[in-house]
Design a protein around this ligand. Structure first.
Ligand code: NAD
Length: 354
């Protein structure tokens, strides 16, 4: 098959590209604008002849259409997005343009390509939209999100992703585009940009800097190991039912405080020689002002994808965190240029508040 991935230089997209190229026989075209979050160094399989790359912005409908028509995909997996909640609070405009207008452009370019396909190819075609559990808003202390949870986004990021979900659903219902949506929980693992909680905590701790935790650290997230996630995405794209939504979670609910404590425990075993002046990594944990509109809890009921597609997360949180910490320790050549702002010539304010 020809599989077109958007956002394949990002955290989840690059894990998906590596999986598709290394573990399946498919040809892969990665379309990515290479924003601050896209990093070609994450595509460790880039020299494989079944992989190709086009630096295209999904806001650019002309070049987007040209790439789709030229590649002739059997499957499109759409991950390109502005993805960082804090950045969406500081400046929502890019989130509206990429996540909403960009998804609209992609849907229209896909529809124009798909409706002219020969019948057999046309009915086998699939469009997979990758979205987030944040579209469902804040969960109380009880219960979990499922495919039927009502939409109630809280942040500019989650509102833009909710909008994109609605567009995809409308293009499926109105035009018959064979689309499937996945809403997943917080991902973690190797190659995550160091502005997100887990890599930020690891890199701060090994440098002896404070580990910032929002509010009192009691916000609960359901952590999903990225390599488990990309297998679920491939299953959904190739075996999922058109028009359906699949909720994907890691069965690993943890408070943010528990997450950073687990990171500190992993570091204690992996790097017993601590930075000067640090006797215990956990002493670096510091609380900072809570994020405005911060949702308290997200959790996912994964029964549907288990029952219909036979998928369940395989990685336990303790071993996933251990592997992730070990990966950052062994891959300084990947994160150091980002931290120093060398990558793409930018200095990246990493929002280290404490
Ligand atoms: P990321 O920020 O690491 O990567 C996003 C990628 O999209 C980057 O490579 C970037 O260059 C590219 N991109 C951004 N704007 C673009 C544009 N206008 N045109 C083309 N490419 C563009 O994000 P991620 O964490 O890998 O998330 C991937 C997808 O999964 C997103 O749609 C996100 O909403 C969703 N998601 C992520 C998580 C998570 O925990 N990371 C959880 C739920 C859902």
């Amino acid at each position: 098959m020809n599989i077109l991935v958007t956002g394949g230089a990002g955290f989840i997209g690059s894990a998906l590209v590596r999986f598709l190229v290394n573990e399946t026989p498919n040809r892969v075209l990665n379309i990515d604008a290479l924003t601050y979050a896209g990093n070609p160094d994450s595509i460790t399989c880039a020299d494989n002849p079944r992989y190709s790359f086009a630096q295209v912005d999904i806001r650019d409908s002309v070049n987007l259409s040209r790439e789709i028509q030229a590649f002739r995909p059997d499957v499109i997996m759409h991950l390109a997005a502005e993805s960082h909640v804090d950045r969406s609070i500081d400046g929502p405009a890019d989130f509206i343009q990429t996540n909403i207008v960009g998804t609209y452009n992609l849907l229209e370019a896909t529809r124009a390509y798909w409706r002219n396909l020969p019948l057999a190819t046309r009915s086998a075609f699939r469009f997979l939209h990758v979205s987030t559990d944040e579209v469902f808003g804040d969960l109380g202390a009880e219960g979990r999100f499922s495919e039927t949870s009502p939409y109630a986004p809280s942040s500019p990021y989650s509102a833009s992703k909710a909008s994109s979900d609605h567009l995809v659903r409308a293009w499926q219902r109105t035009y018959g585009l064979p689309a499937i949506i996945c809403n997943c929980s917080n991902n973690y693992g190797p190659f995550q940009f160091p502005e997100k909680l887990i890599p930020l905590a690891i890199l701060n701790a090994i440098a002896g800097r404070k580990i910032p935790v929002y509010g009192d650290g009691s916000q609960v997230r359901d952590w999903l190991y990225v390599e488990d996630h990309v297998q679920a995405l491939y299953l959904a794209a190739t075996q999922g039912m058109v028009g359906e939504t699949y909720a994907i979670g890691g069965e690993s609910e943890r408070t943010n405080l528990e997450v950073v404590q687990e990171i500190c425990a992993a570091l204690e075993s992996l790097v017993p020689d601590k930075p000067p002046g640090v006797s215990d990594y956990a002493e670096l944990i510091g609380f900072v002002d809570d994020r405005p509109g911060h949702d308290r809890r997200y959790a996912i009921d994964t029964s549907k994808i288990l029952e219909e597609l036979g998928w369940a997360p395989r990685q336990s949180f303790a071993s996933g965190i251990h592997q992730t910490v070990a990966w950052y320790l062994q891959n300084e050549h990947w994160w150091r240029p980002i931290q120093q702002g060398h990558y793409r010539g930018q200095r990246l304010g990493l929002r280290i508040k404490a």
